[in-house]
Design a protein around this ligand. Structure first.
Ligand code: DGP
Length: 110
């Protein structure tokens, strides 16, 4: 999608620190990390949020990518977050799973 920053990262139009790539999914380091390790996992195809993502197989691929990335980075304890909608904290409207690790997490999240 035009003017979508994560579409541009997925297509390598703009650079990012990639940690994972498969046919349909990329994982890269967050530009503004909120933990010592902060990775974003996104589908290459544009879906604005979880509300628009209707491909069950791709949902599985995204979670599988989380498992592959955490295994590769030797992370055993981590938090995954999907912000859906503005009030939930979503700023980039291309669905992404945050992987946060390397510090103690609070619950409930703010
Ligand atoms: P969210 O608030 O859930 O929409 O998270 C968006 C995240 O995307 C936020 O943690 C910062 C990150 N981000 C925004 N723009 C860029 C970018 O150009 N490159 C990278 N690597 N991360 C970005």
């Amino acid at each position: 999608m035009e003017d979508c920053i994560f579409c541009k990262i997925a297509s390598k139009e703009i650079p990012a620190k990639l940690v994972y790539e498969s046919e349909n999914v990329v994982g890269f380091r967050d530009i503004n990390p909120q933990a010592p390790t902060h990775i974003l996992v996104v589908p290459k195809k544009h879906f604005a949020s979880l509300n628009e993502l209707d491909d069950i197989s791709l949902m599985g691929e995204l979670l599988n990518a989380v498992k592959k990335i955490t295994k590769k980075l030797e992370i055993q304890e981590y938090r995954t977050v999907i912000n859906t909608g503005k009030s939930a904290g979503q700023e980039v409207f291309h669905i992404h799973i945050h992987i946060l690790a390397g510090r103690d997490m609070k619950w409930p999240p703010g």
